[in-house]
Design a protein around this ligand. Sequence first.
Ligand SMILES: C[S@@+](CC[C@H](N)C(=O)[O-])C[C@H]1O[C@@H](n2cnc3c(N)ncnc32)[C@H](O)[C@@H]1O
Length: 638
Amino acid sequence: MDCELLKPPEEVKLMKILRREAFCKTIEVPRLWVKEEKSHKVLPLIKALLLKMPCLKPVRPLKIENKVEEIREILLHPTPVKCYEDLPHSELKILGVTKDDFGLTRLTLSFDNWRADELFKAILPQETDGLTSYSCIGHIVHINLKDNLLDYKHIIGQILLDKVHGCRTVVNKTAAINNTYRNFQLELLCGEPDYQVEARENGSCFHFDFSKVYWNPRLCGEHERIVKILQPGDILYDVFAGVGPFSVPAARKKCFVLANDLNPESYKWLEHNMRRNKCLKQAKLCNKDGRKFILEDLKKDLCERWQENDIGTYSIHITMNLPSLAVEFLNTFCGLFEHECRNKIIDFTSDKIKYPLVHVYTFAKGLNNEAMALQNVESNLGSKLTENLHGVHFVRNVAPNKDMFRVSFWLTKEILTNSIPNDLSRKRTADINGDNLITMGRKSKNKGQSQSAKTLNKAKKDKNVFKVSDKNHSKKAKQVRGNLKKIKDEVNKKQEKSDEALKELHKELVMKKPKKSQARPLKSAKKPASANSANVSAELKNLKFYILMSIMHQRSFELHFKLVNNAYVRCVTYNMLVKNVEDFVSEPNFEAVDVTLLSFDLRHLFVTKNSNLEYLINNFNEDNSDEAVGKNIVIKEK
Ligand SMILES: C[S@@+](CC[C@H](N)C(=O)[O-])C[C@H]1O[C@@H](n2cnc3c(N)ncnc32)[C@H](O)[C@@H]1O
């Protein structure tokens, strides 16, 4: 029940540093005095009208001078109860509780009497969307603050630490999860910097370092759905296993599990969790790229099973939960057993062959996103899903207009053994070799890599850069490590300097913005395309700073450009970016460009069209979803 009287004092609005004393206020609320021995009969009659607030007992003892009997004071909610007649008075009268027992009482409220959401409503600016949700991962409370609430991050952290039961650490996600290992970039807002958590899900216990691995409590239901389908003796190939939310409960259920994750930290905790849940003997674990895992481990295991005479009664499942990329791994299944089929190593005519059911996750945007999810899968597989489609299932909404789906389908003899269409075959080979660039609509002239190949290479880099083999604890290794540390420090210093330089650059560019009063140039006064391109590339050089920063910080960036005629390109290197933007600007239909920024570190992007214009895309909101989502920013002529 909304009631002004019961809200925190107005003075707390826009408070940034928590001052608990500012929340104290004294109010008058209706009350009923009832003799102790009658209270158990009265309370059921007025239960719905009691004043309920945190840390407040609505029934409290009251001793009145000169009165022998013990009295209970019952606090009532001021909205539904204004007078005695608002109570079930006929029943009360029968119990001897009359109008004389009704009155007002003074009540002092404090910080403790409000829930976190009530406090946020009172403190945070009215015009903002507010803080709508948080997640609890063990003792960690995790939030995803929008830019407009960043000024309030400390008080928000403090309140959550105070109000959420068992919370010892409050963190804010500082960037979208678009890095290889899908772990968060965290900022500690309040409490202990302790990220080792213990979480329970679907009857299993999970240990991990939340700052280094992926864990999303909102996927609990989906994990449960898959685990429920599995029967003891079934096989689960978990391509992107994380710390084991599919694999551990499956192994506990006596399935055989072959699980993989590229992140060494996830792999470590996956093994730990298998051991901790006493099911490691049911599992084989790998720490490699998903594509390699399919080509080597999954294939070998399947092959061995298919070659066995007794194929048993189990079913085979493959989970692929890396929604932003997993569909790109599907082409690994195309023709995976072509050699074995051609050379009759496996008899695919036998009806004993059991085909795995793949559960692949993908994001899809827009109105008809379920169909889009299916199409994502089919286009990467190079074939339509017909009888072998098990279903497209909505998993969860991750951002406005963006949902996560699971597409479940059976691999078929055709998929696994057919020589695949030329285009797909080329792409598959390139993906496996890690030298493909996926462009849509419009082909890029630049050489690059597919996202998954990039991921793999980056992961390799992540693993190897600054890592010195120290098998023999040699002096040399120590020396090299020392040198590397120095280099790292230098790089950090340079980073800081460049950040400063970038800030300056930003200021400069903002100052250069044309004043509102400035006359808009006539269309006919357009500069020739060449001058225009020169300008664009000059401005784009400024971007280099930021992109280099992103690379140095090992943050990925990606820009999607879409022309009005729906041509579309994805830029993943600075040179591609410059080239493509120059191309676009010199095109006749360069009216408006739809830029999707997939790098959330690329805060300030300037694109110039014609000599007089600067297009500033600044301070766009970081995405709130749990996975990387592009923001569409339309650049138009002012
Ligand atoms: C979205 S998480 C899913 C984790 C877990 N299956 C779950 O449902 O919570 C994706 C996982 O894929 C891993 N990963 C990312 N790229 C990979 C790759 N190329 N090969 C294998 N694993 C990869 C990440 O480290 C991360 O643990």
